[in-house]
Structures are given as C-alpha cells and as structure tokens.
Design a protein around this ligand. Structure first.
Ligand code: ZN
Length: 397
C-alpha cells in the first residue's frame, strides 16, 4: 500500500503519520523540531493483507456486559497467539534492520525516537461498517445478556528505539516527547465517535506480565467508561452535591496541607502516597492546577512533568534493595493516566492524575490478589501509606 506521509510541526515534537502494510496507523514523534529531525521511511515492505479485507485477520472482538456488576468484558480470543518475550533480534518494536533475518517488525524505519501504532492483536477494535448497536441475547428476564462490538482501539507506544533501556533511564527531552505523544493520541482517540475514555499506561517488568521487554506502553480507547473512572465519578459527583466542592482538588489540597504522605513536589506537580493506598508501593502524581486531561497541560507543565516523573521513577527504582548483592531492584510497576472521559456529562468532576503502583512487596516477594481481593474485591494492605511515604521521602530527598 503506498501512502502519502503527512508531516506537521505544531508546538510539540515533529510528527510523521503513515499507514502500515495491513492498514494500521503509525505515527512517529521525534525529539527534535524542524529540519534536524528524522525524515522517516514510511513504506512498510511486508506482504501483509489489508486487515479488514477478504484475507484480513481482524475479526472484531466483542464484549459482554456482566449483569451482576454492570461492567463490560471484552473477549479477545485471538490474543492467545501474540509474541512472548522475543530477543532483540526478533523484537517487533525495534527499528527495522534491512540485513536481519527477522522481517516482521512493526516499525518500517531504521531509526526513531518515539513511535505509536495500532496493536496487531487488539482487545478493542472498531471494524468499519460493523453494526455497533448493543444486542440483547437474554433468554430469561430482561436486559441480562447484553453483547456489543468492542469497538475501541489499542495502540502501542515505543518510548525508545533502544531495546535494552527503560523509561527511568530516558532523558528529559525524550520524556517531554512522550508526554506530547500521549496528549496528541488522547486528543485523536477522544475525537473518535466510539471512544468513551482514553487510558495511557505502562506495564513494566515480567512480574506484571510484560511479554515484550522493549520499553513501551499502551494507549487504550475504551468504548465505555472504565470501572475505576465510573467509581471515581460516582464519588466525585456525590461529594460535589454534598459540599459544592471538587473531590480531587480537595484530596490534593488535603495531602499538601497534611504533608506526611507527600513525597515529591515541583513548580507544577505533586506526588503523594494516597490516604488509603492498597498496593505495597503506590504513588499518585497530580498537577497543581485543575486539569481534565493530558492535552490541557501547558508547555511549562509538560516540561516540569518530564523532570518530575523521571525523578520519581528513579527513586522508585531504588525502593527495594537486593539483600545479597546490595544492588537496587528495578521496580516492576503499572503506571496509568486517569483522565476525564471523552463525552460523559460528569467529566467536569474528573481531574488528571497518574496512578503508579507495584505488586512487589519485598525483594523476591509478590503480592498476590488472593481470596479477599480476587473473590470479594475487598483489599487488605500489607503496609501503611505512611511507611511507604517515609521510604520514598528518604529516596527523593
Ligand atoms: Zn526491541
């Protein structure tokens, strides 16, 4: 498929958009503005069929609504065949190498800074022309078995072309490019008719179930408001009705006034261990200004975020120390951006924040979600937020 690349440079990094051989979108974001940036090869030489064509592989995943919780559950059966922990020589996220035997990489160019593309094995996918209406398959009762296309989108964001680095090892300029890419994708995905919520996240470490060691994250556009955001909006709406105030504003002001759990502050950002943290390590990072989503951040807030987030991650990578080697243990973590939903009328009650947590509770020991957490959804913490905050305050001082 021949494509005409479109390159434009608004205020953020250089952006080059193209299309992969099977029709998926790919966007390069480069650190350097202007002519000193890369001129990207946009041709994907792989003989892949159009994913939506007669030989295409893209069956639209479906989702069902759990009548007991009201939550939607996408069912993406084709994900069982996806790549598992490949070496750098067969990594689909590494830049293309024309001399290599492996020729199924997702990045057509031999160099890039940040690249975003549609996941080849998506759990959410809008298929053009598909009937998006909700089907009711209920046989007894009413509205119990609702089924619909999981018509969203799953994107992969490569943070670096270096297979062996990690987010915490990037420089601030690169992190600023990533922040711009997150904001740009949020804007683009929120504009899709099917999108209700955009969630940008990173899973780091094998302990979290990462199948590709190459430093990357994901961006999901859900066709529904996620359960966590739904809960948060329910609480924030009720709090506003009762007090006339903003729940998330008051939470941040409360943490700042109290101070005991604040672990890092900068001109525009505050990191704290939340009052009722449930994971062995958990930190929230929030802007000082009321902001609904990543696209609303100013240049100064984005620059400061790049610096502050790196400081936080580097502190977290020293949180646990291997008792035998005395070396710090790179923290396995999940970090995800909570943003206002795209269209929900309650969106004004949301407030941008990053939630980062780890399943590691001690060197070599993972927290398993056992009976109480998995079975009853009832969390029991193995530590106190103040203990976690004390350790982080030492590391980030
Ligand atoms: Zn790689």
């Amino acid at each position: 498929m021949s494509t005409q690349p479109t390159t434009d440079r608004p205020t953020g990094p250089a952006r080059t958009a193209t299309v992969l051989a099977d029709g998926r979108e790919l966007v390069y974001y480069d650190d350097v503005l202007g002519d000193s940036g890369y001129v990207h090869t946009t041709h994907d030489p792989r003989p892949l069929p159009d994913r939506f064509g007669p030989d295409g592989y893209a069956a639209g995943p479906r989702m069902r609504r759990d009548p007991l919780t009201g939550e939607w559950v996408p069912m993406a059966t084709h994900r069982m065949n996806r790549t598992f922990l490949p070496p750098a020589s067969a990594c689909p996220l590494c830049p293309a190498d024309p001399d290599a035997e492996y020729a199924d990489g997702e990045i057509p160019d031999t160099a890039y800074d940040v690249a975003v593309f549609e996941n080849r094995f998506p759990s959410l996918l809008a298929v053009p022309g598909e009937d998006e209406s909700v089907q009711d398959d209920t046989v007894v009762g009413e509205g119990l078995w609702l089924d619909a296309p999981a018509a969203g989108r799953c994107e992969v964001i490569c943070f670096s072309s270096d297979h062996d680095t990690s987010f915490a090892q990037l420089d601030t300029r690169r992190v600023r490019t990533i922040v711009d890419a997150w904001a740009d994708r949020t804007e683009a995905l929120a504009a899709l008719e099917t999108t209700q919520e955009v969630f940008a996240f990173e899973n780091r470490g094998r302990e979290i179930g990462v199948t590709l060691p190459h430093p990357h994250g994901q961006i999901y556009a859900y066709p529904y408001v996620t359960p966590r955001t739904e809960q948060l909006l329910t609480q924030a709406t009720a709090y506003h009705r009762r007090t006339g105030r903003s729940l998330l504003r008051d939470v941040l002001d409360g943490e700042l006034a109290h101070g005991r759990r604040v672990v890092l502050t900068s001109e525009h950002w505050v990191a704290y261990v939340p009052f009722a943290a449930r994971w062995p390590v958990e930190v929230h990072l929030a802007p000082r200004r009321d902001v609904l989503d990543l696209p609303s951040l100013t240049d100064a807030e984005r620059d400061d975020l790049a610096r502050t987030y790196l400081r936080l991650l580097r502190g977290l990578d020293r949180f646990f120390v291997d008792p035998e080697s005395d070396e710090p243990i790179p923290l396995p973590y999940i970090a995800g951006w909570s943003q206002a939903p795209a269209h929900d009328p309650r969106r004004e009650h949301a407030r941008l924040h990053l939630k980062l947590f780890s399943v590691l509770r001690a060197p070599g020991k993972l927290k398993y979600l056992a009976g109480s957490e998995s079975g009853a959804g009832a969390w029991v913490s193995d530590t106190t937020p103040e203990t976690v905050a004390t350790r982080l305050q030492e590391l980030l001082a």
